[in-house]
Design a binder for this molecule. Structure first.
Ligand code: DC
Length: 230
């Protein structure tokens, strides 16, 4: 089988990871959540007092970049993909609202992006992967075989994020989530380095009124166009 790279980019909390994970499972491909990698760097910065209320200590963070090792593993007991920061499972710690509040600033730093983009390219090289993020189809794999740009109405995204965090027992109010999503989208779209934007050859999926099954049906059509024999 020829390796296929599927890039899924889009706004915060529009269900990219649920969609990307479902595709990966359906096709038996690896799934890489690049947002988790930026979140892990942010957690590292927070735990090492490199970011606080007064902002980021950029120079100190850059000096510590080589100390940050990010990897993924599949937990066979839960069936979950877990993010590891220097060998420690941080899957829940990186999803808190505190990390969400800082992650867009950290991910706007050029050197952080350079490190993570190189790692993402290495993880995907020569393999069949579904990778989700903000710049996968534009920067990480500009020659990806299938590019999907996801979006959903703001209210829908806020509610989804709220339900997701509630399901994990992570406290956050609807108002906090609204502020965070609006702010992150703004920073992600307007930053100088690799901003969030739709690749010219991406197909848009607005999943505001779609179930996961309907999204999978939509994807099957895209896949058949790309690989008529599937
Ligand atoms: O997908 P997510 O919400 O977990 O991503 C968290 C943040 O990481 C997001 O606000 C922007 C940043 N990010 C990025 O800059 N580039 C990516 N490829 C993925 C995420």
């Amino acid at each position: 089988m020829i390796p296929l790279i599927i890039a899924v980019d889009g706004f915060s909390s529009c269900g990219k990871s649920t969609f990307a994970k479902s595709i990966a499972e359906r096709l038996g491909y690896a799934y890489i959540d690049t947002g988790a990698m930026y979140r892990a760097v942010t957690l590292f910065a927070m735990e090492n007092s490199l970011v606080g209320d007064n902002g980021i200590d950029r120079i100190a963070l850059l000096n510590r970049l080589d100390d940050i090792v990010i990897s993924f593993r599949r937990n066979d007991k839960t069936g979950r993909n877990e993010t590891l920061l220097n060998g420690r499972c941080v899957e829940d710690d990186i999803r808190t609202i505190k990390v969400s509040e800082k992650v867009s600033e950290i991910s706007a730093i050029r050197e952080v992006r350079k490190k993570l983009v190189a790692l993402q390219q290495k993880m995907g090289k020569g393999k069949s992967v579904v990778m989700d993020g903000r710049d996968i189809g534009t920067v990480v794999f500009p020659a990806a075989d299938i590019k999907i740009f996801m979006t959903a109405r703001e209210e829908v995204r806020i509610r989804r994020r709220y339900d997701e965090l509630k399901g994990k027992g992570i406290p956050a109010s609807l108002e906090e989530i609204r502020e965070n999503i609006i702010r992150r989208d703004y920073i992600d779209r307007t930053r100088a380095e690799d901003p969030l934007k739709q690749a010219e050859d991406a197909v848009v999926l607005d999943n505001s009124d779609m179930t996961v099954d309907q999204q999978m049906e939509w994807f099957e059509k895209i896949l058949r166009k790309h690989q008529p024999h599937v």
